[in-house]
Design a protein around this ligand. Structure first.
Ligand code: SAH
Length: 301
């Protein structure tokens, strides 16, 4: 367990009791035809993977100790009924989810620890919280989805595999959605910037993250295709939505040695890694098939 993951500031007692949100409408996500072998579409895989090899664990209740709520308090304050698991139950389910992600090939222990620390179910509307830990992307409203656990972990692992031992000072995420991946990123990077183009989702992410008191995340409402020049350069950039190509502005906002991970394509998408080799040189490689919602220009109020 690293210092950083230990400090993840989750006040679970208050989070578990928060009222249902109005912002997120539940809308079905249209998956691709199911042709790709990628786990991003692997709703069907959910039951196939038993808990895999164990990984280092960080219970979210333990993680909350640095804040106001001691671990036993988190359990006591959890709602007795409803779809949200108690923190202790969700700790166990999240541990199984992380083991499954490890079994699917993610090896970076810091990423696995972060996946285990972030209470994914608290980023979903209550009606879907019971499905939060299955191996699938799920609707968060506005025709968008929270990314599948495996792909979240995989992209961060790839971004961290840099020449400085995984140190990430400043990272940028395009497509905040409900804020889940930003929360995971906050455990592996010093500063996280995240941009969302849909106002309602930007607000939803703020609502989700505020009670967690994550000090190193900055949320921006705007067109992520333009990047965030005022905060650049970034030594890691992750796109959570797929375009036909990676926007030039984002390439320009990478540090030398920086790594950008993005889904690219339309119906058939691949995960692409772009490394900035020098001021004028970028190296691109294709990793695996994936399936993401589209990257779109402009903003939605
Ligand atoms: N990171 C989220 C995934 C959200 S889905 C998670 O943790 O699960 C992808 C998001 O990208 C959607 O919310 C969508 O609105 C957003 N998006 C698409 N194009 C964008 C753009 N140009 N700028 C910012 N966000 C964009």
């Amino acid at each position: 367990m690293t210092d950083k993951t230990k400090r993840f500031p989750l006040s679970l007692s208050s989070l578990s009791e928060k009222a249902p949100r109005n912002g997120a409408r539940s809308e079905p996500h249209r998956n691709a035809s199911g042709k790709t072998a990628t786990p991003q579409t692997a709703t069907l895989n959910a039951s196939r993977h038993a808990a895999g090899p164990s990984v280092r664990t960080i219970s979210s209740s333990a993680a909350s100790q640095g804040q106001t709520a001691p671990s036993h308090k988190a359990a006591t304050h959890a709602p007795a009924a409803g779809n949200r698991s108690t923190p202790l139950v969700s700790d166990a389910i999240r541990k199984a989810m992380t083991a499954r992600v490890a079994k699917q090939g993610v090896k970076d222990s810091k990423v696995l620890a972060a996946m285990e620390a972030v209470p994914r179910h608290l980023f979903m509307e209550p009606a879907l919280a019971s499905q939060a830990y299955i191996d699938a992307s799920l609707p968060i409203g506005y025709h968008q989805t929270i990314s599948q656990p495996y792909i979240v972990a995989r992209m961060i692992e790839v971004m961290r595999n840099n020449s400085v031992g995984g140190v990430l000072n400043r990272v940028l995420e395009i497509g905040t959605g409900c804020g889940y991946q930003a929360a995971v990123l906050s455990l592996v990077a010093k500063e996280v910037y995240s941009i969302e183009r849909i106002k309602g989702l930007h607000e939803l992410a703020k609502t989700n993250l505020r009670p967690m008191r994550v000090a190193n995340i900055r949320l921006h409402y705007g067109d992520g295709m333009l990047g965030l020049p005022q905060a650049a350069p970034f030594d890691g950039i992750i796109l959570a939505a797929a375009g036909m190509e990676v926007p030039q502005a984002l390439l320009e906002q990478m540090t030398i040695g920086g790594r950008l991970v993005a889904p690219v394509g339309d119906r058939h998408q691949v995960l692409q890694l772009i490394e900035r080799v020098s001021k004028f040189e970028w190296k691109s490689s294709t990793l695996e098939d994936c399936h993401f919602v589209p990257l779109r220009p402009g903003t939605v109020t």
